[in-house]
Write a protein that binds this ligand. Structure first.
Ligand code: GDP
Ligand code: GDP
Length: 434
């Protein structure tokens, strides 16, 4: 189940400060080193082993006092509709304002949990002052300091308690492929082209809460479910809401998927928003592939595809395990290969490698290139085993796990990928004491 937490509130209360605190930074070292700047209004967060996506609605709503009715109200309503929980932020420094009351009026009607958070409670005095927000009639007030992080732990304990951790697979193992990408890259055309030919739609998943954007297909003997995020745009009634709404829907589709097919427009290449999605999919351990569509519009010679791929790989940085396929949906070029690739990625994701095979292959590699000694201490990796779970995770047992550094981990990742096909799949390595 997708867990999305929206931070709402008027400008300057500290939404983006809290967002930056919640979004994992330390753990992201491995995957954030890409050549593309990101403009982030949403990101991956984890608390006590529970993961979720945080959305800073301030990135989408630039409302001021006079705009509340027309703009913010709708955004807040969408946030409440599409998210698991909302953090409603107010500011103990400025105290209660009329705009806070406007927000509260909308939020009180919510069926979803709303946490009233009084920010900038940096001092004991301010913490005491936060009681004034009980006047909003929204239950408990959580005083926090987004700047220092104080109070955020207690808040997060309560927030994650609202999550539905139903991780069991409702589709009985049928792979779920999410079609993601910016507007106009060709998502709808892709789905229509797939619908056109010999495969048959088995069922339209009726009665889902999510507007039946999931369609079950059968193609060359493979069953799969495609989640269409293109239709989303067409469903929103109000033009201004489109971006916010489709971002939230895409985040849900991403979290509920096994493999994310990320479409790019060949003429535009990889942009900041694409990188956001790719990086989030990586953190959620999803299978990932990039489909460079509208390849027909590119003037080509025999070197174009390789050069294009190389430039894309450079931008992906450490996420270079993601395969790239060039398609023209309009000319129906490679669209079935794209689906086959997605299914292959799904298989890679559930691959299990026997301990004996892992050790036979990896221990000699390690022997040839052992981890560098640190402070005169030798690090010895003794054996490797795959851990149970839905995504490839491997434990390397060694004498001094804390001395294994990122470059060596990267080396091991590369060797693992060289020996075993994990195309399109993030793999996780853990170092444990033995
Ligand atoms: P947003 O517009 O709601 O996203 O607010 P920002 O996160 O941009 O914060 C607005 C201002 O409040 C910035 O100058 C922040 O540095 C400041 N701020 C945010 N959180 C805190 C806090 O916990 N304590 C204090 N003293 N200032 C904060
Ligand atoms: P969506 O917003 O991602 O669903 O994109 P659409 O499927 O609506 O496509 C946007 C536009 O791109 C339409 O005019 C399509 O005809 C066009 N388009 C889609 N795929 C291709 C392609 O492979 N080549 C070219 N030249 N145009 C395409």
């Amino acid at each position: 189940m997708a867990n999305i937490v929206a931070i709402v509130g008027r400008p300057n209360v500290g939404k983006s400060t809290l967002f930056n605190r919640l979004v994992e930074r330390r753990k992201a070292i491995m995957d954030d080193e890409s050549g593309v700047t990101r403009d982030r209004h949403y990101g991956y967060a984890e608390w006590t082993g529970k993961h979720f996506t945080v959305v800073d609605t301030g990135g989408y709503v630039t409302g001021s006092e006079d705009k509340f009715e027309s703009e913010i109200r709708k955004q807040v309503e969408i946030a409440l509709e599409e998210c698991t929980a909302a953090i409603f932020m107010v500011d103990t420094h400025s105290g209660l304002t009329d705009l806070d009351k406007d927000f509260a009026n909308v939020l009180r009607a919510s069926k979803k949990p709303v946490f009233l958070v009084a920010n900038k409670a940096d001092t004991t005095e301010r913490i005491h002052e936060s009681v004034e927000f009980y006047e909003l009639g929204m239950g408990e007030v959580y005083p926090v300091s987004a700047a220092t992080g104080s109070g955020t732990g207690e808040l997060l304990d309560k927030v994650v308690a609202e999550f539905d951790e139903g991780e069991e697979d409702p589709d009985g193992g049928i792979p779920r492929l999410a079609i993601l990408g910016r507007p106009n890259v060709g998502k709808s055309s892709f789905l229509n082209a797939l619908l056109g030919k010999e495969r048959t739609i088995v069922t339209d998943e009726a009665g889902t809460t999510r507007d039946a954007v999931n369609t079950r297909y059968k193609l060359y003997g493979n069953d799969f479910i495609l989640t269409d995020t293109a239709g989303i745009r067409k469903k929103s009634k109000v033009k201004e809401d489109i971006e916010f709404y489709s971002v939230l829907r895409s985040l849900q589709a991403l979290q509920d998927s096994d493999v994310c097919i990320i479409l790019l427009d060949a003429e535009r290449g990889l942009e900041a928003q694409d990188m956001n999605i790719i990086s989030l999919a990586n953190k959620y351990n999803k299978g990932i592939m990039i489909m460079v569509n509208k390849w027909d519009l590119i003037e080509k010679d025999s070197k174009t595809a390789d050069a294009y791929k190389k430039a894309l790989m450079d931008k992906l940085g450490l996420l270079d395990y993601i395969p790239i396929i060039f398609t023209s949906v309009i000319r129906k070029q490679r669209i079935f290969q794209a689906i086959e690739l997605a299914i292959q990625i799904n298989e890679n994701r559930s691959k299990k490698i026997a301990t004996s095979q892992l050790n036979d292959v990896m221990l000699p590699e390690i022997e040839r290139n052992p981890p560098p000694a640190i402070k005169g201490k030798y690090i010895k990796i003794k054996y490797i085993t795959q851990l149970p779970g839905s995504v490839p995770t491997f434990a390397f047992f060694c004498n001094l796990p804390q001395y294994i550094k990122a470059p060596y981990e990267r080396f091991l990742q590369n060797k693992m990928r060289k020996h075993f096909d994990f195309t399109g799949v993030p793999i996780r390595l853990y170092f444990r004491k033995k």
